[in-house]
Ligand binder design. Structure first.
Ligand code: IPD
Ligand code: CA
Ligand code: CA
Length: 258
């Protein structure tokens, strides 16, 4: 099977799983049990765990030899060369407060990186997907990043760290940036922030301290939509910053943030 064929097979599996997880999560229980992680602002609900369990079960039913990395502790070695990277609810705080934008992020990678990425946000009726070299789509339609955009007319999404000291630094940085851009958005879900760059609903996105499951699907979708996505130093792997935007604005942001 060629890579594009495999990518389509993985996409079909991801689409069906995301749909099922989306239905389960949309039927929101009245009471959510939470367990705290790194701080009071970093927690998972019992629905994060239920969503991850559903996704893992369905992946293994379709492809038992694949590896899986999930935010809620799933770690399985791959025997097939494919590893799935999943965020069972990206935007848990939004989910907890019944705000829109939370999503299910599912990616699959091979030895060359992410091959397929899908982000499904039922509350905004949006499903973004991309395959490596195959373009990026929102609800089945091709998408393209906004470019060229000047810093002064840029709508920029960002997020704030769970770490208190980082937040103070971020507040200082934003105070300097906000008078010089069109506006800032803090929507609360990294995968959708990236997808919004890809489909032109914001001009750029940057954030520190993201994890592989926050980024895997959204970065491929951004890049396939023509965005440049890097860290401060050009890469992403192991970097504590991600900057995503069309080529012209990306260059300006790197010099602002770098
Ligand atoms: C978080 C969200 C949030 C971002 C955090 C992420 P989670 O993911 O994407 O927007 O600011 O950095 O950790 O914890 O809800 O999956
Ligand atoms: Ca996340
Ligand atoms: Ca999550």
């Amino acid at each position: 099977m060629t890579s594009p064929e495999l990518a389509q097979e993985l996409l079909a599996i991801a689409r069906s799983i995301a749909q099922k997880a989306g239905e389960m999560l949309t039927d929101r229980p009245e009471n959510l049990t939470i367990n705290q992680k790194s701080s009071a602002r970093d927690f998972a609900t019992h629905m994060d765990h239920a969503s991850e369990a559903l996704i893992v079960r369905e992946i293994l039913a379709a492809r038992p030899d694949d590896g899986i990395v999930g935010e809620e502790d799933t770690q399985r070695e791959s025997k097939s060369g494919i590893t799935w990277v999943i965020d069972p609810i990206d935007g848990t705080v939004n989910y907890f407060y019944d705000l829109s934008g939370w999503n299910i992020s599912i990616a699959a990678k091979d030895d060359q990186g992410v091959l397929m990425g899908l982000v499904y946000a039922p509350t905004v009726n949006s499903l973004w997907h991309a395959t490596r070299g195959g373009g990026a789509f929102k609800n089945g339609r091709p998408i393209r990043v906004n470019d060229p955009i000047e810093l002064g007319s840029a709508l920029i999404a960002t997020g704030f760290s769970y770490n208190t000291e980082r937040r103070k630094e971020q507040a200082i940085f934003i105070a300097d940036l906000i008078p010089r851009v069109r506006d800032i958005r803090r929507l609360g879900a990294a995968a959708v922030d990236l997808c919004n760059v890809a489909s032109g609903s914001v001009d750029a996105y940057f954030e520190r301290d993201l994890k592989e499951w926050d980024l895997a699907a959204g970065v491929l979708i951004c890049r396939e939509a023509g965005a440049v996505v890097t860290g401060r130093n050009g890469g992403i792997e192991g970097e504590e910053m991600v900057i995503a935007a069309g080529p012209a604005l990306h260059a300006q942001l790197v010099s602002e943030i770098g």
